[in-house]
Design a protein around this ligand. Structure first.
Ligand code: HEM
Length: 380
């Protein structure tokens, strides 16, 4: 998509797309302005003049912080914020390290698919454990979570079928979480669902919001982290960093992946009033797509924007968004990615990683690849 961003940005920072009937925001300053102004640019898709419900799990998500504007948003986010602070998340490091070792123990022979073996399973297991989902249900989790983020944009063939499956997955997941929540009311444990249930009354979370939040974690945290790890290995390979990084250099390198190959390329907003942005006249009810991936490659903000610079400083990328909705899971995503990559490189020399013939994930706003085959040599 990067050539498309650059060509469009060179014409103007903000464009109207007649086909998709929305505005595209492609420049760093304008993306930041839109994401930083919740009053003018609402996150609630129902504000759009052409809004139509797609049903299914999206109805649940509409009741979560991701699609709420302040002040409602802030109340929802406050309930869970403490569980996702860097200090709270840091306690998970030893467990994430063990899980990574377990996954890598299963790799046989001298080839591995980095996505399949590590990037895909790790985040699902971490979230499942955090919530308190028993290990025997993990495979179903992967299924649901993958189905739900598959793209339904456009009028392409097979979308009806996909929407059907997404609705089904959403319903199954909702009833699964409903049972989990009911169980924790009776039998509290040391997990996130228990703590959500306990904070339910004081925070005023109702049943729908509780369910919605559990679903949000699955959807917001899994595919994104998978693609961060995959995009990292791909970028390291292209930059000839296949023996990894020193521990101190890995953090900045992951930040650069978030800039250079942001797993989430775009976030949607809706104008609540008539307004102007980057010289464009936007009407109330218009949909506005903020291209994080384009902002991250804007030469007005970043030197050599199309070059992967693993020690880039400063690096004020927008890979986790900006403002009110700045990613709640950012500390966890950073931790998972750095631990996964550190352990991967501790155990293996990646001799060759396929970087040419890759299949992009099928989504209009997620950036990553379906699989990433590598030839490996064990260090241990
Ligand atoms: C919000 C990216 C991992 C939970 C966001 C947003 C972005 C983002 C761009 C802003 C949405 C908006 O402005 O509309 C990413 C990326 C990840 C990642 C690139 C991994 C590399 C995670 C993880 C979790 C998580 C691991 C949870 C376990 C959330 C939640 C929100 C959010 C709950 C909504 C926050 C709010 O509305 O206040 N994420 N995310 N994310 N993310 Fe992440």
């Amino acid at each position: 998509p990067f050539d498309w961003y650059a060509a469009r940005r060179a014409e103007a920072p903000v464009h109207y797309d007649d086909h998709r009937r929305c505005w595209d925001v492609l420049a760093y300053e304008e993306v930041k302005t839109a994401l930083g102004d919740d009053e003018t640019f609402s996150v609630d898709p129902r504000e759009a003049s052409d809004y139509r419900s797609t049903g299914g799990e999206q109805e649940f998500l509409l009741e979560t912080m991701l699609f709420q504007d302040p002040p409602k948003h802030d109340r929802s986010r406050e309930v869970v914020e403490e569980f996702f602070r860097p200090s709270a998340v840091a306690a998970l490091e030893p467990r994430i390290e063990d899980l990574t070792h377990d996954l890598l123990d299963d790799v046989e022979g001298d080839r591995m698919d980095v996505v399949d073996a590590l990037a895909y399973p790790l985040p699902v297991i971490v979230i499942a454990e955090l919530l308190g989902v028993p290990s025997e249900d993990r495979d179903r989790f992967r299924e649901w979570s993958t189905t739900m983020v598959a793209s339904t944009d456009g009028d392409g063939e097979g979308n009806g079928d996909l929407q059907q499956r997404q609705m089904q997955a959403g319903m199954e997941l909702a009833s699964y979480f409903g049972e989990l929540i009911a169980d924790r009311r009776e039998h509290p444990r040391d997990d996130l669902v228990t703590r959500l249930v306990e904070s339910e009354e004081e925070a005023g979370f109702d049943e729908t919001e509780l369910l919605g939040f559990c679903m949000l974690l699955l959807i917001a945290g899994n595919v994104t982290t998978t693609n961060l790890v995959g995009n990292a290995v791909r970028s390291f390979a292209e930059a000839d960093h296949l023996s990894g990084f020193e521990p101190d250099a890995l953090g900045p390198a992951v930040e650069e992946v978030l800039r250079y190959r942001a797993p989430v390329q775009a976030m949607s907003r809706v104008a609540t009033v008539n307004t102007t942005l980057g010289g464009a006249d936007i009407a109330a009810g218009d949909r506005v797509v903020c291209w994080l991936g384009a902002a991250n490659r804007d030469g007005a903000k970043f030197d050599a924007p199309d070059t992967f610079v693993p020690d880039r400083t400063p690096n004020q990328h927008l890979g986790f968004g900006y403002g009110t909705h700045y990613c709640l899971g950012a500390p966890l995503a950073r931790l998972e990615a750095t631990v996964a990559l550190r352990v991967l490189f501790e155990r293996f020399d990646l001799l060759e990683v396929e970087t040419d013939d890759l299949t992009p994930v099928r989504s209009s706003f997620i950036y990553g690849v379906e699989s990433l085959p590598a030839r490996i040599e064990r260090r241990d």
